[in-house]
Design a protein around this ligand. Structure first.
Ligand SMILES: [Zn+2]
Length: 173
């Protein structure tokens, strides 16, 4: 795990995240059949950013976030199409999504979100195991630090973010 470098906090958002994306592009992707199944079985090869686990789903920080606070929620079953989701899985995904949105609205004052799945070959998704993205959107996203200046979370590094989310998720009702 990389040390979190606090001197990077004032760097533009793009630079902060390009570091992780670069490693990804260099082929540092874990050599497992499915990264999300790897997370489910706690495979040591796979970076694990799980926030919480329900009977049928996992809520996780996205390792390559589009924005700070970018989460994914996915069924533990390895399914590749939305139609395979059971009602029970869909309900748990809905409940996780609702809680994540409530947390982001209340603690970070997030006022915009993109929610969704990239499904199938031409969708732009990189992991076939279906997963729903929750991407908070901010006014003037490059100036995100200003938005968060007085909030409880000012941490960007994914593993630090995970620690914060685990704490907040368990406390938030
Ligand atoms: Zn899978």
């Amino acid at each position: 795990m990389e040390e979190f470098d606090s001197t990077q906090w004032d760097a533009p958002r793009k630079n902060l995240f390009s570091i992780h994306k670069l490693e990804y592009a260099k082929g540092k992707r874990p050599a497992v059949d499915c990264i999300l199944c790897g997370i489910c079985r706690q495979d040591p090869e796979v970076p694990n950013l799980t926030i919480t686990e329900t009977k049928l789903t996992i809520v996780s920080v996205n390792l390559y976030p589009y924005n700070p606070g970018h989460l994914i929620i996915f069924p533990k079953r390895h399914i590749l199409s939305y139609e395979e989701l059971t009602t029970e899985e869909a309900l748990e995904i809905h409940e996780g999504t609702t809680k994540a949105i409530n947390i982001l609205k209340k603690l970070w004052n997030v006022q915009g979100f993109n929610l969704g799945y990239n499904l199938g070959k031409n969708s732009g998704g990189s992991i076939p195991h279906i997963h729903q993205h929750i991407v908070p959107r901010f006014p003037n996203e490059a100036g995100f630090l200003d938005v968060l200046a007085n909030s409880r979370i000012v941490i960007y590094e994914p593993y630090e973010m995970q620690k914060e989310w685990i704490r907040i998720w368990s406390e938030f009702s």
